[in-house]
Design a protein around this ligand. Sequence first.
Ligand SMILES: Nc1nc2c(c(=O)[nH]1)N[C@H]1C(S)=C(S)[C@@H](COP(=O)(O)OP(=O)(O)OC[C@H]3O[C@@H](n4cnc5c(=O)[nH]c(N)nc54)[C@H](O)[C@@H]3O)O[C@H]1N2
Ligand SMILES: Nc1nc2c(c(=O)[nH]1)N[C@H]1C(S)=C(S)[C@@H](COP(=O)(O)OP(=O)(O)OC[C@H]3O[C@@H](n4cnc5c(=O)[nH]c(N)nc54)[C@H](O)[C@@H]3O)O[C@H]1N2
Ligand SMILES: [Mo]
Length: 630
Amino acid sequence: MKGRYGFDYAQHPHRLTVPLVRRDGAPKRGDFVMDPARVMDVFREASWEEALALAGASLSAIRDRHGKRALAGFGSAKGSNEEAYLFQKLVRTGFGSNNVDHCTRLCHASSVAALLEGIGSGAVSNPVMDVARAQVVIVIGANPTVNHPVAASWIKNAVSNGTKLILADPRRSDLARFAHRFLQFEPDTDVALLNAMMHVIVAEGLVDQDFIASRTIGYEELERNVAAYSPELMAPVCGIDAETIRYVARLYASSKASMILWGMGISQHIHGTDNARCLIALALMTGQIGRPGTGLHPLRGQNNVQGASDAGLIPMMYPDYRRVDDPEAIARFESLWGMPLDRQPGLTVVEVMQAIERGEVRGMYIMGENPAMSDPDAQHAREALAALDHLVVQDIFLTETAYLADVVLPASAFPEKTGTFTNTDRTVQLGRQAIDPPGQARQDLWIIQQMAARLGLDWSYASVADVFDEMRHAMPSIGGITWERLQREDAVTYPCRAEGDPGEPVIFTDGFPTASGRARFVPADIIPAAERPDQDYPVVLITGRQLEHWHTGSMTRRAGVLDAIEPEPVALVHPLDLAAIGAQPGDVVTLASRRGQVSLFARADDGTPRGAVFVPFCYYEAAINKLTRS
Ligand SMILES: Nc1nc2c(c(=O)[nH]1)N[C@H]1C(S)=C(S)[C@@H](COP(=O)(O)OP(=O)(O)OC[C@H]3O[C@@H](n4cnc5c(=O)[nH]c(N)nc54)[C@H](O)[C@@H]3O)O[C@H]1N2
Ligand SMILES: Nc1nc2c(c(=O)[nH]1)N[C@H]1C(S)=C(S)[C@@H](COP(=O)(O)OP(=O)(O)OC[C@H]3O[C@@H](n4cnc5c(=O)[nH]c(N)nc54)[C@H](O)[C@@H]3O)O[C@H]1N2
Ligand SMILES: [Mo]
C-alpha cells in the first residue's frame, strides 16, 4: 500500500526547505502543544552557513567544556548505509565517544543480542522467500499482512502450496485465516510456551542428536532447564492447552524443513532477549537451520535497519558488529580512522534520555528519528530533549522532536538521494536519485560531512561511491561488494567477502560464525513483565502499527491516500469490553497509565483479546508512548 500510494509525502508542502534556528528566548517545554500556525514564533529562517556554524560551534563547545561523553547522536534507519556509516564515524571521531544509537534499540536489538550470543550473527539465516521451501512456518509476535505485506504474500502463497503455518500471537491478525493452528496465547508468556514446546521435543525424542553433537554447545543445560516446563504446567500460564502445545512441537520438530519468523511481540519485552533465545534453541535442538526452508528470520522493520546496524549505529559496536571494547577491533578502527577512540561502550537510546536528566549528556545531533514520539515514556523523553543545552535535528519535516531543537537542518527524502540500503534478506540494494530535494533542503550525506567539518574533522569524500568504498574495507561481510557491481547488478546479498563472491542467501550451512564454529544453547526462565495489570490499571496495553501508517506518522500522515483512509487516532478494543464500559464504536475513550493519558476513538475489534487494548503509535494527537514504560 505504501509502495503504491505513499510517495507523495516527499512533495508535501510541509517539507522543510530552509534551515531553521530557534529564536532567542523561545522557551523549550517538554509539555509543548505544537501549533503549526505559530512555528515561526519559535524558529526563524537561517542560511546554511549560519545554521551549520551555530550547530557545530555549540556542540564543539559542549564537548570541550563538559567532555566527550556529554554529546550523543541518534542516526537513522531510514537513511542509506553510507549516511549511517558517516554518522557513526562522526560521533566516534568528532564527538569522541560511542554515544551513538538508533531505533534498533526499540526494535530488534534484543533479538540481535540473542542471535550474536547464540549463532554469532545478528542477521537472518534465510530470505523470507524461503517460506516457499518450508513444510512448517512459525510466525510469532508479528503481523506481516500489516507490517511486511510482501512477506505475507509469500507466506500465503506457501500455505496454498501446502506449507503449514503456525501463528502465535495474543491478537488475531489477518494471517490467522491462513493458519493451520492459531495459538492465541496470553501476552508476555512466550518463554512459557516455547519452553513447553522444547520440553515435548526432548521428552518425545524428537531432537536432532547429530546436529546437536556436531554443531552446538550447551545442550545439556538447556535440556535440564526445559525439564521443568511440562505442557501441563505451562498450559494455564500461556492459555494454550497441553495437547495443542504437543501437536505444534511435534509438527515443527519432525518436518523436513521448518522456519521461524518473528517480530516485535518477541523483542519488545524486558525479557525480549530470552524470548529470542528460546526461538534459537528450538531451531538448534531440531537442526532446523542451515538448509533451504529452515532457519531463523527476525523480520526487519525500518527500510534500512539491517544496514544501519551493520554500519555501526550501535553504542557497543563498530561496523560489522566488532565490539568497541575489543582491543583488536579498537586497533583496527583507530588505524582506519586515524585517531584514538573511546574504549567504553556508549549509551543506548533510553539511557541517553536518563543521562540528560542527570546532566551528563548536554548536546545531541538527531538525524531521521523522532524520539519525542517513538521513545517509550515519551513525556519523559520530551522533558529530556527540552533540557539539552543544544539539540540539532536533521529531518524532512518539523517533527515533535525537531520542535525542541536549537537548529533544524532540512534534509533529503529517499527518492532524492543515491545510496545503498540493506533489506531484511541481507540484500544490499542501490537506490538512485530520481528527484531533487525541495528548496534549500540538502542531501543528508552532504549535511553530515558539513557537520563533521564544523566539529574539526578533516574528511574528503568526492562521492557516495567513495564512502561505500571505505565502508566495505571496514566491513569484511560486504568486503567483496564493489560500487561498480552494484551499479551493474543493482543488488548483492552478503556475506560477500571477496570480489566475485556470488553472495549467500542461505547461511550457516556448515558452520556458525562464532569463535568455535558452533552455536550455543542459552536457557531462559520466566520473567514477568515489569508492570502487570492490577486493580488500578486493569487492562493490558499492546502497541504496534497499522497498514496505512508508518511509525510516528511524519510521512504517512502526509501521504494523501493513506491519511484519508486512517485519519484519526484509534484504540482497538474487543466489542464485549467496549460494551462492558458502556461505550459504542466511535466514542472517545481515555486510556491512562501511571505515566500519562491520551484520548482517542474506540474501534470494535474482536481480534484483540478481552482485557487488552491495541493502539498504533503514529498519532501525535494521542501519542501512546506517553503511557509506555522505559
Ligand atoms: N505499516 C507499517 N509497516 C511497518 C512499520 C510501520 O510503522 N507501519 N514499521 C516497520 C518496523 S520498524 C517494524 S519493527 C516492523 C514491526 O512489525 P511487527 O513485529 O509485525 O509489529 P507490531 O505491529 O508491533 O506487531 C507485533 C505483534 O506482536 C503481538 N504481541 C503483542 N504482545 C505479544 C507477546 O507478548 N508475545 C507475542 N508473541 N506477540 C505479542 C501483537 O499482537 C502484534 O501482532 O514493521 C515494519 N513495517
Ligand atoms: N509504543 C511503541 N513504540 C515504538 C514501537 C512500538 O511498537 N510501540 N516500535 C519501535 C520501533 S520497532 C521502531 S523501529 C521505532 C521507530 O522510531 P523512529 O525511527 O523514531 O520513527 P519514524 O517515524 O520512522 O522516524 C523517522 C524520521 O525520519 C524522517 N525521515 C524520513 N526519511 C528521511 C531521510 O531520508 N532523511 C532524514 N534526515 N530524515 C528522514 C521522518 O520524517 C521521521 O521523522 O519506534 C519504536 N517505538
Ligand atoms: Mo522497528
